[in-house]
Each structure stands twice: as C-alpha cells, then as structure tokens.
Design a protein around this ligand. Structure first.
Ligand code: PEP
Ligand code: MN
Length: 347
C-alpha cells in the first residue's frame, strides 16, 4: 500500500508509479477516503525492488506491506486517519451518530414518511433511513418499489438530513448513485455477496456515498465481517461503517441474538466506525432502548434505529420494531449521557 505525502497523488505522480509497477506486472488502484487516499498495489507485491523504487520517490511518505487479511481495514493501515463524514458530521466524534426512520417507505402514503422525517429531525437524528427495495424472507411480502426513492429525496430536501437506502443489485445501485444517496446500506443477506461488495466499492469510489455494511446474520466472525468491508474498500471506496445487527440462532424472545458486544472487538481490529442496529437485533420496539444504550456503552460510534410516527400503520418491520419519534428523542438524550461515561484506558 502506497501512502502519499500530501493526502493524494496528482495524475503525473500516479502515472510515474504505474509505470514502475507495470514493470513488475502489478497495477495500482486509488482508494479514496474523505481526507486520505491510499494506493493499493494489485498483483504480486513481494518484489522488494519495486517497493524500494516507489518508496524512494519524493512525494511518497511510505510503502506499507501490512500482513493482514484486511490490510486496508486494519487498525494500523494508513486509512486509520480516514474520517467517515456524512453531511457535515464526522462519525464517531463528540456524540453518537444516529440514523433513524421507517423500515420501509410506503409509496402509497408518502406523507407518513415525510412527517416521520420531520419529527425525527426534531428528535435529533443525524440521518434518515427508509427501505426503498426490501429483502424479504417471504417472497410474497412487499418487495419495495423504485417509486419510493422520490419520497426519500423529498424528505432529504425538506429536512436537510442525509439519507440511508439499502441496495441489493446493480440496477438499484445505479438508481441510488444517480440520486446521490448519502449512505448505501448492504443488508445482512448480502453481507457476504462479494461481487456486490466489489461493485458498490467501485461504483461509489470518488462519490460522497458512505457504505453501511451489516454483519452477516449467520454469525459472521469479526474477521469475516471486516474482510467483507475490505472488499468495498479495496474496490475504491474507503468510507465504510460496520453495522452489527444481531445473528442467528435467535436468543429466545428476541428476533436475533443481540451482538452489540462485538463492538469492542471490531474497534480493536479496525479503524472503521461501528454503527449498531438494535432494531433488527432485538426485533421488538420495547427492547430497542436498552440495546441502544448497551451499544453505546460498548463503544459504538452510532446507531441505526427503525422509527415511525405511527408504527401500527407502517409496513415491513415497523409495526413490531419501530419506536416513535418521542421515544427516539428520549433515547438520543440517554445515549449522549452514556457516551460521556464510556471506557477510556488510563495511560
Ligand atoms: C433493514 O435495515 O430494514 C434490513 C432489512 O436490515 P437487515 O439487512 O439487517 O435485515
Ligand atoms: Mn427492517
């Protein structure tokens, strides 16, 4: 991995490096972060002469050979300086980053989403979520509709809040990229779909979109989870956040096995922000509050929570999982309080 002295190489410098790597049958891929670019060497990177020649260039800070299955996501990677920025917020700085909104945008009732968006802004969320296309276990359940994207965009325009939308295939990805969706969510069912992860990383490279990658529901280990994010980063977009959302088998009484406790392990291994989804983890609105507080206590940088102004008339998971904006306001207050008392090692 090549780390430039000034954040980013100019085209002449990149060309010079590429001419060196091509002599060794290697190529170079630019990986863009919001404030730091790094350059991955693709191919057999074991040529020490190639390393030496690149390291000797005046504009190169260093050439790193990190021995890790996820060398870009690794905590010691040069990307540790990368700050994931959404809107005007640096995720993980000063207070929890809260994404809130319905599970599913109901295209037959746009005003419900818009009113929810305004109420959530008032409650203090930092970004809105809403499912446009839905991965449903039952093929006969509502599958989503591209029409819902307009409703999301209207909510963004009216509230000024960034928006989070799940994408499951190339067509949806293209629509979302064209709409400049701020957070592209990869759901638990696609969490290990490496072709999709690579495509998302490539297509979103150089855009402002951040990827919210959920944890594979079948108990993806921390390493497997981080390696999945590495696919996105290695394809060109360094702006990723990891989202534990519960695993199977479920803990009796909850929808899944709550996994906020994985947060410190992830934070020990990688620089990427961790944004926990308590809603799909516990699966019932009454348990979302305690799971949220636990997530922040475990060191999460943020939360992604389903919320609706009238959960009972929502669709998808909303009737059972969504909390009201009033409860969201209370939750945000409590999470900010817990944030103040988080464990910090004494030097
Ligand atoms: C969702 O966020 O609505 C969703 C379907 O999430 P997950 O992929 O975690 O099930
Ligand atoms: Mn949902």
């Amino acid at each position: 991995m090549i780390i430039p002295k000034n954040g980013k190489l100019n085209s002449k410098q990149l060309e010079e490096i590429k001419s060196i790597t091509s002599e060794f049958d290697c190529d170079v891929l630019e990986i863009q972060g919001h404030n730091q670019c790094v350059y991955a060497i693709l191919g057999d990177e074991t040529h020490s002469l190639m390393f030496k020649r690149i390291a000797g260039l005046s504009y190169v800070k260093k050439v790193d050979a990190i021995e890790s299955p996820y060398k870009l996501m690794d905590k010691s990677s040069a990307l540790r300086e990368n700050k994931v920025e959404i809107g005007d917020i640096k995720v993980g700085e000063n207070r929890p980053f809260i994404i809130g909104g319905p599970c599913t945008v109901d295209p037959s009732a746009p005003s419900l989403f818009i009113e929810t968006a305004h109420a959530l802004k008032e409650a203090g969320v930092d970004a809105l979520r809403g499912g446009v296309w839905k991965p449903r276990t039952n093929p006969y359940s509502y599958q989503g509709s591209s029409n819902a994207i307009e409703i999301i965009l209207k909510a963004r325009e009216e509230t000024g809040l960034p928006v989070d939308v799940e994408v499951m295939d190339s067509i949806q990805l293209k629509i979302a990229i064209d709409a400049e969706i701020d957070i592209l969510q990869v759901g638990t069912r696609n969490a290990l779909n490496y072709s999709l992860l690579k495509e998302i990383g490539k297509v979103s490279s150089g855009t402002k979109s951040t990827i919210l990658l959920k944890r594979g529901r079948h108990f993806a280990s921390p390493d497997e989870f981080i390696a999945a994010a590495e696919y996105v980063v290695a394809a060109g977009n360094a702006n990723v956040m990891l989202c534990p959302r519960g695993t199977t088998p479920a803990f009796e009484g909850y929808r899944n096995h709550p996994d906020e406790s994985i947060t410190p392990l992830l934070k020990n291994k990688t620089w990427a922000p961790v944004v926990v989804d308590p809603s799909h983890s516990v699966g019932h609105s009454e348990y979302v509050f305690s799971s949220s507080l636990a997530s922040i206590a475990y060191g999460a940088d943020g939360l992604c929570i389903e919320s609706h102004i009238d959960p009972a008339i929502g669709i998808g998971d909303d009737p059972k999982q969504a909390i009201t904006p009033d409860n969201m306001k209370h939750l945000i207050y409590a999470c900010r309080e817990v944030w103040k008392y988080r464990y910090k090692p004494i030097d």
